[in-house]
Design a protein around this ligand. Structure first.
Ligand SMILES: NC(=O)c1ccc[n+]([C@@H]2O[C@H](COP(=O)([O-])OP(=O)(O)OC[C@H]3O[C@@H](n4cnc5c(N)ncnc54)[C@H](O)[C@@H]3O)[C@@H](O)[C@H]2O)c1
Length: 379
């Protein structure tokens, strides 16, 4: 299959997630980075392109320049898709312009800084008929997919309760905000959006709940807080209800000392409880009342896993797979969707625009709930 030619917006020198996207795309193997507008500063963009070995003629000073110049190239040369890895306030404008220029888009979460901007992206996708994938990383892990297969098959009965926590400590001290490129925009509501930790990592937690259960969050009762001197939440907890009638709790924090990137989820159904932890992603624990607890392992030779879960494992059995491979699975699936060779599954292998809009509803409802004194708020 011919690789999907893509251009990147953001992800220049000193950036965080752009490099992860490039590595993931390279592992996926069905993508080729051929152009970029890697920074808001034209010189940094050009220097970044040079470092990455991109043709200088296709390393642009701005994303507007990139979209116009690429759209003018012959069809077999121009980019086919754009990866958007900029801070949240800089998602909507380039995404809409890219869709309108005829390119598919792979974009970071949360979809935008406001629900209105996110809706504008969704409208542009619908009007142009172009595809969008949103990189909710954790849905790319093999055992997360296996958990979804097990829960949505109904073999364990209905979902009764979910507990999800996403705890970090990298913003727990005042000095964490000083000369820290990633922290700087995340605590600024004009660039991050109206939510802090709940938007940044709470959306991952909410997406993971929806992915594994196959349900949507329908209502939330949230209590968000922040350290003194900050303008948006860096910590919070919520009760939520699921569309299927189950209940849950969600915590997201960037100030919980000692936790690095501790995303854990427990999904309790009528007949079993499933437990997965991001920092130990290659095991899935399933507990029962009437039989011993099971530990399911990832691995291409574990024949008890679903065929599509076996198909996305990239390392020899027993060799731990992780973050980059999970991210690569998202690129791989979106590349196949662009080429029309996707698998016929109940989910496309990447978060869709509908999933991302649900994430925006989660953010807005959490903020409304918390501001009103933690009252139940519909999504
Ligand atoms: N999926 C995940 O697990 C995950 C992890 C981290 C970040 N993210 C998301 O990725 C996005 C970027 O986060 P980050 O931590 O990499 O930020 P970052 O600050 O490290 O990088 C942002 C990059 O965007 C560039 N940029 C800003 N404005 C631009 C413009 N107008 N044109 C071109 N480039 C521009 C900056 O120069 C920088 O290179 C955010 O939306 C964030 O929520 C997702």
């Amino acid at each position: 299959m011919e690789r999907v030619r893509y251009g990147m917006i953001g992800g220049g020198k000193g950036a965080f997630i752009g490099g992860v996207h490039r590595t993931a795309a390279a592992i996926a193997g069905n993508w080729q980075l051929v152009a970029g507008a890697f920074s808001s500063t034209p010189d940094v963009s050009r220097a970044s392109g040079l470092e990455l070995g991109i043709d200088p003629a296709r390393t642009y000073g701005s994303w507007r320049e990139m979209l116009a110049a690429e759209a003018a190239l012959p069809a077999m040369e121009r980019i086919e898709a754009v990866a958007i890895v900029t801070p949240n306030h800089m998602h909507a404008a380039p995404a809409i312009a890219a869709l309108e220029a005829g390119f598919d888009v792979i974009i970071e979460k949360p979809l935008a800084d406001t629900p209105e901007a996110a809706q504008a992206i969704a409208d542009a996708a619908e009007q142009t008929g172009r595809r969008i994938a949103v990189t909710h990383t954790y849905t790319g892990y093999p055992l997360v997919k296996q958990a979804r297969r097990l829960v949505t098959s109904g073999k364990f009965g209905k979902v009764r309760r979910v507990a999800v926590r996403y705890m970090q400590d990298w913003l727990s001290r005042p000095e964490d905000l000083i000369e820290n490129k990633q922290a700087e925009w995340r605590v600024d509501p004009t660039r991050s959006g109206e939510a802090g930790a709940f938007g940044d990592i709470g959306t991952h937690a909410a997406n993971l709940v929806e992915f594994i259960t196959g349900e949507r969050l329908s209502a939330i009762c949230a209590d968000l807080s922040m350290l003194p001197g900050r303008r948006i939440d860096d910590d919070g907890a919520a009760l939520f209800r699921l569309s299927g009638g189950g209940r849950g709790t969600l915590m997201a924090s960037q100030v919980c000392v000692g936790d690095i990137n501790d995303l854990t989820i427990d999904v309790y159904c009528d007949d079993a409880g499933l437990h997965w932890r991001q920092e130990e992603p290659n095991t899935l624990r399933i507990g029962y009342r009437d039989r011993p607890t099971e530990i399911w392992h990832a691995g291409a030779n574990r024949a008890y896993l679903a065929p599509d879960v076996l198909a996305i494992q990239r390392t020899p059995a027993g060799h731990p797979e992780g973050y980059l491979e999970a991210f690569a699975n998202i690129y791989s699936a979106f590349g196949r969707a662009i080429r029309g060779t996707e698998d016929a599954l109940d989910e496309p292998g990447f978060a869709t625009i509908a999933d991302a809009l649900s994430g925006m509803n989660f953010i807005r409802a959490s903020l409304q709930s918390s501001r009103a004194g933690a009252v139940w708020t519909d999504l």
